[in-house]
Structures are given as C-alpha cells and as structure tokens.
Design a protein around this ligand. Structure first.
Ligand SMILES: C[S@@+](CC[C@H](N)C(=O)[O-])C[C@H]1O[C@@H](n2cnc3c(N)ncnc32)[C@H](O)[C@@H]1O
Length: 212
C-alpha cells in the first residue's frame, strides 16, 4: 500500500511523513524490523519489491555491517530512503533478470507486501527467484496482508485500489497464502509464522531450506 505518484508530487516536503503515517495505519514497520532481526542477523539482504525503501531504512539503520539490495518494478525504487546509501542499493529490475545476473547469494531475502500486487500466475516464479538467491542457511521472509472479514481489510483493499492506484490487487487468506508459498517452495520449511501489529491481517512466514 502506497500513495499514488500524483498525490506524492503535491506533498513536497511532507511526502516522507505522509508516507510513514499512511503506512502506519496498516503496519508497524519498526515492529516488523524487530521481528526480522529476531529471525536473522544478515550480512547481505535482498528485498524484492522494495518500494520507497521504508523497510530498507530500518534494516540498514539497525545493522551497521549489512549490505542491502532493493529491487522493484517501479521507477526510482528507494526514492524516500534516508540512510547510508553506501550500503544500500536500489535497482529497477525484475527478480528473474537479477537472478540471471548471478549477483551472489543473500542471507536474508524479503518479499514484504508484494505478492498481492503480483498476478497469481506469476507468484510462484517470483518466490522461486527469491529462493534461488538465498544463501545456504539463509532466511526467506514472505510478509503479506491477509484477506479477512474485517474493517481493516476493507480499508486496505480500498487504499490499494484507490489510493495507491493498483486496480489489480488480489489478496488471499492465510491458508491460500500458505498454499502458494509451500507449493512454490517444496524444498523449504516454515520456521516461523507470526503476525505484525497493529492489524492481524499482517501475516509473516519465515522459511529456511529443509535439511537433509
Ligand atoms: C506495498 S509496496 C511494498 C514496498 C516495501 N516492500 C515495503 O514494505 O515498504 C509493494 C511493491 O511491490 C512492487 N512490485 C509489484 N510487483 C512486483 C514484481 N513482480 N517484482 C518486484 N516488485 C514488485 C510494487 O512496485 C511496490 O513497490
């Protein structure tokens, strides 16, 4: 969930606080970062669908040794990132093209609030790219917004369609998300399933390769 480019341009210097405030209605990104850091202390991080760099900002700030690469299909990913750009790189590239470049492996691969923007038929491929770029012993995070029969979901659905301007979002419920992830990644196991405040719709799966 983000704000459309047209609205952003009009916000000027208020763009960053507005984007943070808007996002905080749906997810506490500091709490998300705390959860991520409890699951992994990565040296190299890849975020597929990094958006403006809100998650990057928190991880790069908390991990002084880490290197971060954020990719997205949007123009100018990481545009609002406020942090050490010597350790954070943002690129507009598809995950399959990055994979073909063989950029090395990453200890932590993140797919945060991205899948519902990806057509269902293309989700497996994105998840397989994520796994292919994961280092041995690394952690893959799939964080999604769960479709639930609640006001929060009605707000999120409306926001994605009419504020962020993606008319094609397709949300799943918890079981559908789990089925998507496990079908795409048969060699991986869920090592953690949790929720991120303030809304129960924020569901997070952490995966590692199954041993043996
Ligand atoms: C709600 S934003 C999340 C951004 C960031 N992960 C965060 O949590 O702040 C979703 C992002 O997914 C990106 N996206 C959609 N389809 C994608 C794809 N196939 N590959 C990579 N990024 C994609 C969109 O451009 C958008 O920036």
């Amino acid at each position: 969930m983000g704000i459309t480019a047209a609205v952003r341009r009009r916000l000027g210097k208020y763009e960053v606080p507005a984007a943070e405030l808007y996002r905080s209605v749906f997810i506490d990104l500091d709490s998300l970062a705390t959860t991520l850091l409890s699951l992994s202390t990565p040296g190299r991080i890849l975020e597929i669908g990094c958006g403006d760099g809100a998650v990057a900002e928190r991880l790069v700030g908390a991990l002084p040794e880490a290197e971060y690469l954020g990719i997205d299909v949007m123009d100018s990913p990481g545009r609002l990132f406020r942090g050490d750009r010597g350790r954070a790189t943002f690129r507009s590239v598809y995950s399959h093209d990055l994979r073909a470049e063989e950029p090395g492996l990453f200890d932590l691969v993140l797919v945060v609030d991205v899948l519902h923007h990806v057509p269902p038929a293309h989700r497996d491929a994105l998840l397989r790219d994520a796994e292919a770029l994961l280092a041995p012993g690394g952690t893959l995070i799939v964080k999604e917004w769960e479709r639930r029969s609640d006001i929060a979901h009605l707000m999120a659905y409306t926001a994605d369609k009419y504020v962020s301007g993606d008319k094609n979002v397709v949300f799943g419920d918890r079981d559908q998300l789990l089925a998507t992830v496990t079908a795409a990644l048969p060699g991986m196991s869920i090592v953690c399933e949790t929720r991120v405040p303030p809304k129960r719709n924020n569901i997070l799966f952490a995966l590692r390769r199954t041993e043996g």
